[in-house]
Design a protein around this ligand. Structure first.
Ligand code: TLP
Length: 349
């Protein structure tokens, strides 16, 4: 790789082992349920999460869309965070494709909701009201600097859901980062959730793919929703082969990414012109701002790092000058040193 990319953990390329596994994968037509590699991946994912079944989908966005459209009928309501990925960065898919109403609650600094606000958001039966169907969480929470959301909160939400006959879904795009940070296996963390989407791309390093896990009957229906959305893939085992390596080998190495994020954050905090809140660096995201002391504005900072050092870094989508640097498979300790040196040079010029 002749460049360094910190814009997201989605940017990493498949490892040589993944490419090899992809080249030799045994394939079939997955719309017929006959791709042995996809079937293997789905079975292993379900086992890992302690759920009955799993479904391989193209992306985190599709996993969430399939889950929401399967759990909710048109006109029903989902309680979800105002800053959730499903609300901010999924093109309004739940409303556009599913006719689902988001009831968007404020997200607290630790990625949780105020439980009284959740209870108050649940509609009671009335001819005027939409029906509340689902509570949707996000873990780690991207809108809160990638914080891992506690199991205690997830269990509280599950209990509220049970008491009110509601379902629960987790956008767990980075649930393995959460599990690593919380030192809690994903099966335990999500044991009381009805469904979870997690990404094989991002920190786990697969080129494509996410998985939705849940009960057998739910996944059976989700297969139909996936087909409706055009997500029925044929010889998808070629992708699932990389997914198996992501799930089995890369899900256990994320502590390294978290340590590299710490190293990057502490290094940045010592550079004049940069402000980092170290207390918010808890997984693989490092958010930072340029201060008035910095000699450059945000666009020039990005442009020069790219042009002069082959380093790609940009403000988080929707922000002007708040940068998000994300560590992943390709960001080693040495790369972190290289990045810090480049940033020091750019800001001192
Ligand atoms: N997030 C992307 C951007 O869309 C912001 C990123 O670079 O972080 N849930 C969460 C919490 C996510 O962060 C993302 C991707 C998704 C879902 C969607 O996953 P994909 O990109 O596979 O559709």
């Amino acid at each position: 790789m002749d460049y360094i990319d910190l814009r997201s953990d989605t940017v990493s390329q498949p490892t040589p082992a993944m490419r090899e596994a992809m080249a030799s994968a045994v394939l079939g037509d997955d719309v017929y349920g006959e791709d042995p590699t996809v079937n293997e991946l789905e079975q292993q994912a379900a086992e890992r999460f302690g759920k009955e079944a799993a479904l391989f989908v193209t992306s985190g966005t599709m996993g969430n869309a399939v889950a929401l459209l399967t759990h909710c009928k048109r006109g029903e309501e989902v309680i979800v965070g105002k800053d959730a990925h499903t609300v901010r960065y999924e093109v309004g898919g739940m409303a556009a494709m599913g006719g689902i109403m988001p009831y968007a609650l404020p997200v607290q600094a630790d990625g949780t909701f105020n439980l009284d606000e959740v209870r108050a958001a649940i509609r009671f039966p009335n001819d005027h009201f939409p029906t509340t169907r689902l509570i949707c969480l996000e873990n780690t929470h991207g809108g809160r600097a990638g914080i891992p959301v506690s199991k205690a909160f997830m269990d509280d939400i599950a209990q509220i859901a049970r008491e009110n006959n509601l379902l629960t879904h987790v956008d767990g795009a980075r649930i393995f980062n959460a599990a690593t940070a919380l030192k809690t296996p994903v099966a335990e963390l999500c044991e009381n959730m009805d469904s979870v989407t997690f990404c094989l791309s991002k920190g786990l390093g697969a080129p494509v793919g996410s998985i939705l896990v849940g009960k057998k009957a739910f996944i059976k229906e989700a297969r139909r929703t996936r087909k409706m959305l055009g997500g029925g893939m044929r010889q998808a085992g070629i992708l699932a082969a990389a997914g198996l390596i992501a799930l089995n080998e890369h899900s256990t190495r994320l502590e390294q990414d978290h340590q590299n994020a710490q190293k990057l954050a502490h290094g940045l905090a010592n550079i004049p012109g940069i402000r980092v809140d170290l207390s918010k660096v808890t997984t693989n995201f490092v958010f930072f701002d340029l201060t008035d002391e910095a000699s450059l504005d945000a666009p020039t900072f990005s442009k020069r790092l790219n042009a002069e050092y082959n380093i790609r870094i940009s403000p988080y989508p929707g922000y002007k000058s708040t940068f998000r640097a994300v560590t992943h498979l390709w960001i080693t300790e040495q790369v972190v040193d290289q990045v810090l040196q480049a940033i020091r040079e750019v800001l001192s010029a």
